[in-house]
Each structure stands twice: as C-alpha cells, then as structure tokens.
Write a protein that binds this ligand. Sequence first.
Ligand SMILES: *Cc1c(COP(=O)(O)O)cnc(C)c1O
Length: 341
Amino acid sequence: MEKKNIDWGNLGFTYMRTDQRFVANWKDGVWDDGAMTADADLVINECAGVLQYSQSCFEGLKAYTTEDGRIVTFRPDLNGQRMEDSCRRLEMPVYPKEKFVEAVIRTVKANESYVPPYGSGATLYIRPFMYASGPVIGVKPADEFQFRIFTTPVGPYFKGGVKPITIRISDFDRAAPNGTGHIKAGLNYAMSLYAIVDAHKQGFDENMYLDAATHTKVEETGGANFIFVTGDNKVVTPKSGSILPSITRRSLMYVAKEYLGLETEEREIYKEELKDFAECGLCGTAAVISPVGKIVDHGTEICLPAGMTDMGPVTRKLYDTLTGIQMGRIEAPAGWIQEIR
Ligand SMILES: *Cc1c(COP(=O)(O)O)cnc(C)c1O
C-alpha cells in the first residue's frame, strides 16, 4: 500500500484527519453492526447526555510498523477490557471487548497508508471512544450512545532525545477514594486541566497527585502512572484503587520481572519515601516511559540520582525492552502483539 506523503519524523501529538473511522450506534437496547465512514464530523442533539452530563469515556493505543514490516497493535484486548470497565461505572452500554478488538483492526486496516514506517519513531495513534448521544435533561443515563474509533499519526515522543522532566506535588486532587479515578472517563481530564495549566505556568511539566484522603501517598499524574526504582534495583509502583490501571505500567512491571530478572512490588508509596528512590518514570502509551529528574514539594526539591540529562540505567533497560517488544525486535509474551497486517 502506498503511504501518504507525510513528514513522519516531524509530526507532533496533534490531530490529523485520516480517511476512515469506525462507528457503531446503541439504540433500543442493542448495538448495530457498526460500519466504516469517511465522515469525521458529528451532528448531535443539543441535549445529548455527553454535552449536559459528560457521559463519555475513551481509550488510547497505537499501531506500529515492526522491523520486518508487519503492522501490529499492543495488547488491544486490555484496552477493550478497560473500556468495558469504564462503561459499567458510567452507566453506559458495554461494547464487548472482542468486538472492540475487531473494530480496532478494521480501523487501522482502513487507514494503513497513515501507519508510519519502521524507524521513523512515529506511530498511528488509535482513539476509541463512546459518548451519550441521546437527549437527557433530568439527571440519568442517556438511552442512545455512539462508539467510534478514529486514528491519527503522531510523531516520536522524544524528539531530539530524551529529556527528564520536573514535576510538582499538586495541592489539587485528581481522584476521590471510591470515585472514578480507575476508569478512563473524559470527566477526569476535564477537571485536571486547571491543575496542569497552572503547573505549566509555574514552570513544571506535570502534577504528581497524592491520595485525596490523606495527601501522604503517591498516586499518579494527570495521564500517566509512576514507576520508581530503589537503590537496590527493585521496581516499585503505587497501589491504590483510584489510579488508572495503565497497560504500559502493567507491561513494564512484567518486563522488569520476567525479562530483566528484577524484583517488583506494587504497594503504597509514601511521599516521605520519594527522596530515597534512584529513578522515577511516568508510564503511558504516549511516551512508554518519561524519566522524571526532579520532584518539587512546595519549594523543596527532590533530585533523583538519575539526573536531568538521560534516563536512569534501569529505566533505560525497561524502555528498550518494551519498545523492542512492540517493534518486533524482541520476542513478545504470548498474546501481547495483535497482528493487523
Ligand atoms: C490513559 C491513562 C494512563 C496510561 O495508560 P496506558 O494504558 O499505559 O496508556 C495513565 N493514567 C491516566 C489517568 C490515564 O488516563
């Protein structure tokens, strides 16, 4: 297939309209078969549930070209499962994960000419989402919904090399105990915007959110989970019911244990422990791992020994191994790579 004439290496993380997207509608208690469409615009009623009460959720994953020229996605079944969980918590109809994976494959195939070539560092970002399309004015779940998947090519996350970031401990909260922090709801992002804009104004790259109840334990940032490396090379990640279960983080913990032979632990991590860690990274689909060089706690700087110029050695190994698996250079655990073509 002929690739589009795109300067792959200079793409940012912005929306580019591609040729085809998947659409399915929920009406009278059932999903229709779904179809591909060239129409990127939506016409919805002014009273649609998504507009009035923010009934919506989403997912994010990527398609890659491997070293040997195949097009693959990474663990899309886990995105499908997570979207089911999000839908249940938001009183939205579940789009079954098996059909979710089929629809992802179909959408990527239909936009194959936008899948960046191997070695460009760019990828095809896949955005499945669901929203309440039916009108509601009394506060209740809508009765009509739309599920869509579009794709957009995105550039390499670390353009011009890796640069460790500086984050601050936030006074704002991201998620309440027993709230919606563990699901991928659009509303979680809406309420984090004020805090991230404020962080940027103050010169920080990201917010580190603490647990809302006690402000003593580390949770995550607005869109990525934490992993830490201890002085004796143990990989630890915070345990909490209000953290979004990142597929990247879960995969990295597996890689740490099974590929790198490191000890791993998911446990409560106290703010007071931050000064003792050797390395810190943010994990998510966008960057895989973004190294954190400095954490600022109300004027007190915690400088990670890994420094401000490169990834720490364990973070680097984790990054190289997981991206190697995704790009087909390293053998993947069974079921991790979904072949598309
Ligand atoms: C999507 C998301 C992540 C990262 O999850 P991945 O599955 O690794 O992409 C982390 N935190 C939040 C709040 C998220 O919404």
